[in-house]
Each structure stands twice: as structure tokens, then as C-alpha cells.
Design a protein around this ligand. Structure first.
Ligand SMILES: *[C@@H]1O[C@H](CO)[C@@H](O)[C@H](O)[C@H]1NC(C)=O
Ligand SMILES: *[C@@H]1O[C@H](CO)[C@@H](O)[C@H](O)[C@H]1NC(C)=O
Length: 418
């Protein structure tokens, strides 16, 4: 049944997009800033939201204010808070919302200020806006084309149970736990108590699934689970750890995924065709690292890199040579004496060729941005525009339409065109 709804929704979205794109979208809308300074951190409903013009953050609420006002909206439960160790700091509280986009629950462990500024993530998306912003409607495979299974020697993993086509979005998840990354201003014991509360306030299904995730370092189990599985996310402009359930089951490899800073949604998309029985994997790391840097970083997650880029000596040597060469070429492009078309064109071609050899498709957008900046500094606006456009296209696809890097590239393109 859900499949048909998805299909109807997809058809409807496709229609809406066709109708509104591109002439009906006015310029102010194209350049809409998702995160206007001094206002709420995000408004997923986007500028098509009729209430958009009076967008303000929800009122700040903590344990005392909730009691006084007898209201803790938009949260489901009254917040529970801990005092900072030093006077004058912020409280740390648990804010739970149990019906995020009809799917899951979410518990934030953060300050009341950040919760108020970041509460925009709770809003539903305006599909017309979102699909316009991302260039094509989002269709998430349903039923899922994978199973979560026990793997030999590797714990749990996510295995394709049918052919998955390149660019298919197989998963879209929101975090169940978001926690300030630096908990030092508060007592460890208090932070652990809040984490416990954050977990029990989740809907039981999510709470149980969370407890089944891997842990690696010992100590308080919930803390260990968050430290082992969480991704870095920005909420209210501050660094947080975000725990995603199924996404955390995907083991490390050398490919990345897509992330929305507006909704905190994590999309897992296939970057190539995947055969039934193959494991779905992605990178937890920046992609242009050399093998030694990769191994060092990855140990922080309590496991060793086992994808071919890390384990096969020949593959590693070739890959390191390619990636080292890219770094070399980028350094050369920084030199003032290289700022002529012959030298730059040659290096650009070589970088793009190496990206293809190294399957750095997910990174090529960043290289396009750098190339656009170089041509712009040489006064070649046409080539700068060409690469800035390519950068926006690739970054939308691989980083997400509202990613910081995408927004940066779009702003650069805008400046070139203005
Ligand atoms: C793949 O597994 C999922 C469960 O994760 C199931 O819903 C789906 O029907 C399976 N697909 C096939 C083709 O077996
Ligand atoms: C990673 O590799 C090192 C050295 O080969 C080994 O000592 C360590 O136990 C491995 N760690 C894991 C989690 O497999």
C-alpha cells in the first residue's frame, strides 16, 4: 500500500515540479537564504510556507519556564535540565519530539537557546520548494532494497536484496539523538542522566533499535553507542553528534552520502549500480585523504579500514599516487606564475582525469569550485561561470542542496553573474 502512495506522491511531485520550474520561481526565491542570520536556524518549509514572512524561533523553554508557563511547545515532554558546572553558563536539557515527519522520535541534548534556534528541523518540508531546490523530486525506495544482517567478522551490515541502480535513494533518515559535541561545561554524570532520559523518551521502537547498535570503547553504554555511531551535525550553528539508526548500520567504505543541514535528514544514495548480496558501505571520512591519514582517523571509530583502498597494497599505492598528485596540482595552481590559460587548463584536465580514476565523483564539485575561483582570479569570467555552474550541480547531487558547500558555490556563481 505504501508503495502506491509513494508512487502517487512521486507522480504528483513530478507534476508540481514541472509546473513551477523554472519560470514561476522568482529570483528572490532562488536565492532564498535557508538560515537567515539572527532568526531561526532553519525553516524546512522554505519560502513557499505562507507563514514564512513572520518566521520567528519558538520561544525559549527550559525546565523552569515550562513549569511556569505550563507549556513546553513544540516539544512533547517538559524539558529536563542540568545546571552548568560553572556559574553563568547555559543549562543542558533534553528536548524530545516524538513524531518527526510521521516517522520517528528525536531527542536533543542541548542548551535551551540552541533548541529554540534549531527547532525548525521539526517542521514538515514543503515538497514543492524542496523538489525545486534539489532539481528533481526525492523518491526513497520503498520497500527498502536492503536487509540489515549479521555479517561474518564485521558485526551487523546492510546488504542489498535486489539490484540497486546508480542514484537510487535507498534510505532517508533523521537523527534519533542529537547531543552537544562538547559536554565539558556540564558534569559527566548529569550528561549521562540526560542521555538516559533522552533514550527512554523516544518511541519504544527507536529506543530498542538504538540499544542494538554497536559500541566500542566501554563506559556507559548509551554514551558509547553515541560515540561509536554518531555523525557530526550542526544544530543552531553549533557542533553536535547525531545518531541515525539504520544509517549507522552501514559499514565504512570509501564512498559518502548526502546530508541536509536544514532538516538534518541523511539520504543514502547509490553512487553506482549495486548487485543483490553486495554490502552497502560509505565513507565516514573526507574523501581525498591518503591511506595513512585514513587509517589514523578511522581508528577513532574503533575499527580498521577494510575496503580495497585501505587493504590492497597495490590499490593503496596507486591511489595514494593519484591523490598525492591531485594535492600537488592544487598547490601548483595556487602559484601566481601559473595564472595563465595554458598552465591552468593543463592542470585542470589532469585533476579531473584523476578524479575519474579515483572515483572521486562526490568530491569533484569541490574541485570545480576551486577551478572556478582560479579562472575568476585570472579575469576569465566565462570559464569561471562554467565551472561554478558545474560545481553547484555536482554539490547539489553529492553534498545536498542546502549544504554549506553548495550554498557557497551558489553564492560565488551569483556574484560572477551579478
Ligand atoms: C528486502 O528487504 C526488505 C526488508 O528490509 C523487505 O521489505 C523487502 O521486501 C526485501 N526485498 C526483496 C526484493 O526481497
Ligand atoms: C586493527 O588492526 C590492528 C593492527 O593490525 C589490530 O591490533 C587491532 O586489533 C585492529 N582493530 C580492530 C578493531 O580490528
Amino acid at each position: 500500500m505504501r508503495y502506491y502512495y509513494t508512487l502517487i506522491l512521486a507522480l504528483w511531485l513530478g507534476k508540481t515540479v514541472a509546473e513551477t520550474k523554472p519560470s514561476e520561481i522568482p529570483d528572490w526565491l532562488k536565492n532564498y537564504d535557508f538560515n537567515p542570520p539572527g532568526q531561526c536556524n532553519s525553516d524546512p518549509a522554505g519560502p513557499l510556507n505562507p507563514q514564512h514572512t513572520d518566521l520567528t524561533c519558538p520561544l525559549l523553554v527550559d525546565d523552569e519556564i515550562a513549569l511556569e508557563r505550563r507549556s513546553w511547545l513544540p516539544w512533547t515532554y517538559p524539558p529536563v535540565c542540568a545546571e552548568p558546572e560553572k556559574a553563568g553558563g547555559s543549562k543542558l536539557c533534553v528536548f524530545t519530539y516524538v513524531n518527526l515527519r510521521g516517522e520517528a522520535g528525536i531527542s536533543l541534548i542541548t542548551t535551551p537557546e540552541i533548541a529554540a534556534a534549531g527547532a525548525g528541523i521539526l517542521k514538515d518540508l514543503d515538497p514543492t520548494w524542496e523538489n525545486w531546490a534539489r532539481d528533481s523530486p526525492l523518491v526513497v525506495s520503498d520497500p527498502p532494497p536492503y536487509e540489515v544482517r549479521e555479517l561474518k567478522d564485521k558485526g551487523m551490515g546492510v546488504i542489498a536484496n535486489r539490484t540497486i541502480r546508480k542514484d537510487e535513494v535507498v534510505m532517508l533518515r533523521y537523527p534519533v539523538i542529537i547531543r552537544v559535541m562538547d559536554p565539558r561545561p556540564w558534569k559527566t554524570q548529569d550528561v549521562m542522566k540526560l542521555l538516559h532520559r533522552a533514550t527512554v523518551q523516544l518511541p519504544p521502537k527507536e529506543g530498542k533499535q538504538m540499544l542494538k547498535l554497536a559500541h566500542s570503547k566501554g563506559g556507559y553504554i548509551l554514551d558509547d553507542i553515541v560515540n561509536t555511531n554518531a555523525f557530526g551535525v550542526l544544530l543552531g550553528g553549533a557542533d553536535h553528534s547525531g545518531l541515525y539508526l539504520d544509517v549507522s548500520r552501514i559499514n565504512h567504505a570509501c564512498k559518502p552520502n548526502r546530508f541536509s543541514s536544514t532538516t538534518l535528514g541523511m539520504e543514502v544514495a547509490a553512487y553506482r549500480d549495486i548487485e543483490p548480496g553486495e554490502e552497502l558501505t560509505f565513507s565516514y571520512l573526507p574523501l581525498n585523504l591518503l591511506s595513512e591519514q585514513r587509517q589514523t582517523l578511522i581508528k577513532e571509530w574503533g575499527f580498521n579500514c577494510t575496503c580495497s583502498l585501505c587493504t590492497s597494497p597495490e590499490a593503496t599505492a596507486v591511489s595514494d599516487r593519484h591523490r598525492g598528485r591531485i594535492q600537488e596540482l592544487l598547490a601548483e595552481l595556487d602559484l601566481p606564475e601559473m595564472r595563465n590559460h595554458a598552465d591552468v587548463n593543463k592542470r585542470v584536465d589532469e585533476i579531473l582525469d584523476l578524479c575519474e580514476k579515483e572515483s572521486l565523483a562526490a568530491q569533484v564539485g569541490d574541485f570545480y569550485t576551486i577551478i572556478a575561483e582560479i579562472y575568476s582570479s585570472m579575469g576569465d569570467v566565462n570559464l569561471a561561470k562554467k565551472y561554478a555552474k558545474l560545481a553547484v550541480k555536482e554539490l547539489k547531487h553529492y553534498a545536498g542542496y542546502d549544504h554549506e558547500r553548495t550554498k557557497g558555490a551558489a553564492a560565488f556563481l551569483e556574484a560572477l553573474s551579478g
